[in-house]
Structures are given as structure tokens and as C-alpha cells.
Design a protein around this ligand. Structure first.
Ligand SMILES: Cc1cc2nc3c(=O)[nH]c(=O)nc-3n(C[C@H](O)[C@H](O)[C@H](O)COP(=O)(O)O)c2cc1C
Length: 181
């Protein structure tokens, strides 16, 4: 198996991190990796907020918890986490103009970051829950904190850092492949 395939197979969502910050070199490599992700018609409409400020992540967490349903709250209790970023030293929040391609572009960008992190010996977890902190109709939303423009919306996020826990990658189901020979 080549190293790219190895990283694809070894990646797993990690939900506990060491507090140690990433080095500036590591952060730069991640920035360059996400900027290399393709976008539909090369529009490059996505924006990537690299957040290391714990105070900012706390404010976003607070707003997510305000809208978190009982099921998700139970999940978080089971995971023994008081943060949707699980203590990771870096969160990348991906936003974009509200176009039909934004979520596809963001999905590609976020997996590019996950695999780049994996290849650097780092771990990650992709995050959809932070969307609750950026709802336009919530007067206390966190949009201004990340300088989101009026026509921009949250797409997806990812927490990245050094793992403080292990998790076996999920098992893929071969039945989900449809063969047409
Ligand atoms: C679009 C998307 C959103 C996700 N949102 C969250 C989230 O908000 N919180 C979380 O802990 N995990 C989140 N996950 C991680 C999934 O739960 C995880 O990928 C899935 O359980 C499979 O596990 P694996 O990544 O370890 O293979 C998300 C994953 C994806 C692809």
C-alpha cells in the first residue's frame, strides 16, 4: 500500500487532544494544503479561518451548546468532553458564499486537511456541529467573531492536533460499492 492510501486508511476521528500548539511550520503546511484543494470552476469562494485562540473557541462552544439537542448533549457527556473541538489546539472553520457548490468544495477541502494532518503525524475530527454557532437568525451568533461576510455561511470545520486517545478506523462496507462490469 502506498503512503497516501495508508493515511486514508489510518485516519480516524479523534476526540481528545494534547494541548500542545502546532508549530508555525505545521500550520503553514496545513494552510498550503487547503489552498491546493480544488473548487468548482476554480471559483475559490471558500474561506478558511485558522483558529488557535482558546477564548474564541470557548465562545463558539458556548453558542453550540445553546442549541445542542438532548441527544447531542448525551453524546458529549459520553465522550466526557465540554468542547465540540475536543481540546484541539487548532480548529479550521470553512465558510463560503451560499452557492450550490459550496458544500461540495468544503467537503473536499476538509478531507484534504484531514489527510494532510494524518500525513504529518497529526490527528483530526471533521465537525458539523459548529454550524449552530453561526445561524443568521440567532442575534448572539459568532459570525462577526470570524468576520463572516453577509453572503457567507458556515460549511464545515475540523479540529486538528496531537491525539490524546486512540480510535480504530471505522469498518467500510463492501456492499456499498455497486459493480457494473
Ligand atoms: C460532515 C461531517 C460532520 C461531522 N460532524 C461531527 C461533529 O460535529 N462532531 C463529532 O464529534 N464528529 C463529527 N463527525 C465525525 C463522524 O462522526 C465520523 O467521521 C464518523 O463517525 C466515522 O468515524 P471515523 O471518522 O473515525 O472513520 C463528522 C463527520 C463528517 C463527515
Amino acid at each position: 500500500m502506498n503512503t497516501t492510501l495508508k493515511h486514508i486508511h489510518e485516519r480516524s476521528s479523534i476526540r481528545a487532544y494534547q494541548p500542545e500548539a502546532l508549530s508555525p511550520e505545521e500550520t503553514d503546511l496545513l494552510k498550503e494544503a487547503v489552498l491546493a484543494a480544488p473548487t468548482a470552476r476554480n471559483r475559490q469562494d471558500l474561506r478558511y479561518a485558522f483558529v488557535t485562540d482558546p477564548g474564541l473557541l470557548e465562545k463558539i462552544d458556548e453558542r453550540i451548546f445553546a442549541f445542542c439537542d438532548p441527544d447531542m448533549q448525551k453524546n458529549m457527556d459520553e465522550r466526557k468532553s465540554t468542547s465540540f473541538f475536543y481540546g484541539a489546539p487548532l480548529a479550521v472553520i470553512i465558510s463560503g458564499k451560499d452557492t450550490k457548490w459550496a458544500d461540495l468544495d468544503a467537503g473536499i477541502a476538509v478531507q484534504t486537511l484531514a489527510l494532510a494532518a494524518q500525513s504529518m503525524g497529526l490527528s483530526s475530527v471533521i465537525l458539523g456541529m459548529p454550524r449552530l454557532a453561526f445561524q443568521k437568525d440567532d442575534p448572539d451568533n459568532c459570525r462577526d467573531l470570524l468576520s463572516l461576510e453577509e453572503d457567507e455561511r458556515f460549511c464545515v470545520a475540523i479540529a486538528i492536533g496531537r491525539a490524546a486517545a486512540e480510535k480504530t478506523p471505522h469498518v467500510g462496507n463492501p456492499d456499498h460499492i455497486r459493480i457494473f462490469d
